[in-house]
Design a protein around this ligand. Sequence first.
Ligand SMILES: C[S@@+](CC[C@H](N)C(=O)[O-])C[C@H]1O[C@@H](n2cnc3c(N)ncnc32)[C@H](O)[C@@H]1O
Length: 312
Amino acid sequence: MKARKFFVLSGEHPELGRDEVAAIAKAYDPRSQFESEHRLLLANTSASLEKIVRRASFVRAAGEVAGTFESIPDGSFPIPRPHTFACKAVNLSSNPVDTRALEREAGALFAKRWNSKVALSNPNLVLYLIITDTARYLGYSPPMAVPPRPNKPYKHPHELSWKLARCMVNLSGVMEGQTLCDPFCGTGTILLEGESMGIGSVGIDLDMRMCRISERNMARNSYEPRIINSSFDYVRKIEERIDAVVTDLPYGTASRSSHPPKKLLRDLLLVVPSKKRLVLVYKKGLGIEDLDWSKKYEIFRHKSLTRVVVVR
Ligand SMILES: C[S@@+](CC[C@H](N)C(=O)[O-])C[C@H]1O[C@@H](n2cnc3c(N)ncnc32)[C@H](O)[C@@H]1O
């Protein structure tokens, strides 16, 4: 059944976070519909809330939308009565709001209405009071377990952050049981994130040392290491077995590059069949900014590194 769900996005990359959640929801329910405001995404979707939350990298809070309210939530709302609950007010508006006072007022009101207790640790339900510039939403959520992170004992300076890697896997729309390929896999960050979400993965890297690192990182998590020591164009040989390509192009300094980045990218675009989803990240300023992408995001790391994530 479709229900209206809310997602409060982290302040890090609200645009990426919004599109990440939308891509996950659409993978499970292609008819999902969305509305968004600054750092808040509302989704009409039958995709499971828990599944989206377990996958998404940039979600701070999420739940079902019960309705809207004016100053305090004193109407009637379709919320299952919990034994214990906590109130959490989130101010996403451009005005100051006394969130503590709002939490206290709503806590007292619902405790009386439900004959339930407010419990700050391990509540059965969290009531969310979300304030934006246009509305005040009342939402709720049962406790949701955070999945354990994959272990990554073997590292390298050129590795991607797990959050960005995970977000890129999600932007590709791959689902459990499907397979992604990272043809510049390095230490295997993208492969690990995919596997931790039940997505099969194949890694390719020209550098044997990087292949070994990826293999060991995969093995440490008991994921089947399918790492091929080859150039990226090996993708052609396995295109029937993969559903998406998600990758991080070498950019010359800390990461070895076999060809100039522009040639590498153009050749990669030739070997990845156009019907396969392609998500890649590269360092801004490699002279490959002129291509057309369906989506493009810039991520500033420091003054000499801005990353560009693109989706084809
Ligand atoms: C930016 S790093 C990838 C880092 C990886 N995302 C991680 O988190 O560890 C790029 C990788 O591409 C590999 N590489 C360079 N040229 C290649 C080629 N022609 N084919 C395949 N891999 C290549 C390098 O050895 C390097 O490990």
